[in-house]
Design a protein around this ligand. Structure first.
Ligand code: B16
Ligand code: MG
Length: 223
């Protein structure tokens, strides 16, 4: 009897959605680029848009390591910490320019629709600036939970950020659908035993369960 009840409850349970931030809800890669470029130029290290693309979904320190691949000298951990802090200062000054107009009507309406259909929604982002960005674009109150770079020890492709988001929501992992734009994020979702919808770069990735042509396509998979 108990087993039937549990099974029934599972089948009627609404999926929860966990959204990556950068590249899905907002587009801050241009600001990351400008901030890393300023640092790289000061250090005399070559940096371009192609290298910047490799930084998508990757943590701040891992991003720095990618940039330093082209450095002529090696740096101490203390110097690397200082470089990352310097970049973040520049980046945060650029983020100050963001306003609610940086989130499309399509994104806002889709999130509202999901919530009105009874789905929980959370953020799963590598960024330590997540709450600052959400505040700038007036999305902070929309989410039931926020898991970000401040509450994890391992960044994507490790699933920790998404597992924490599910824990914060009180959801089982296999009842969550992650929405991602980066390969590292899709890998993280899949190794966390979650379903994954892919937009942008991740749309064509073979590990993506639901390719999205446009953000509102999420409503087609919201059951
Ligand atoms: P921060 P996401 C990621 O955000 C960005 O895609 C990635 O480029 C950045 O290095 C990372 O956040 C860390 O950001 O320096 O602000 O802590 O895509 O996981 O939302
Ligand atoms: Mg992303």
């Amino acid at each position: 009897m108990e087993e039937v009840y549990v099974e029934d409850r599972k089948t009627i349970r609404k999926k929860a959605f966990i959204f990556d931030l950068d590249g899905v809800l907002v587009f801050t890669d241009k600001y990351h680029y400008l901030a890393w470029k300023e640092l790289a130029d000061r250090l005399g290290i070559y940096f371009d848009e192609t290298i910047n693309h490799r930084l998508r979904g990757v943590s701040r320190m891992d991003s720095l390591e990618i940039i330093l691949e082209r450095a002529a000298e090696s740096y101490t951990d203390a110097q690397k910490e200082a470089f990352a802090a310097e970049k973040n200062e520049t980046y945060k000054n650029l983020l100050e320019k963001m306003t609610p107009a940086d989130v499309t009507r399509e994104v806002r309406d889709t999130l509202a629709q999901l919530k009105s259909r009874g789905h929980k929604v959370a953020i799963g982002s590598s960024s330590k600036n997540t709450k600052f960005i959400l505040k700038q674009v007036d999305l902070l109150d929309v989410f039931d939970a926020v898991s970000d770079g401040t509450n994890i020890t391992k960044s994507k492709p490790d699933p920790e950020v998404f597992l924490k988001a599910a824990d914060f929501l009180g959801e089982e992992y296999d009842n969550c659908i992650v929405v991602e734009d980066a390969y590292a994020g899709v890998d993280a979702a899949k190794s966390g035993n979650m379903l994954c919808a892919g937009i942008g770069d991740a749309r064509g990735y073979e590990k993506t369960d639901y390719p999205l042509d446009t953000f509102s396509d999420i409503l087609k998979i919201a059951k």
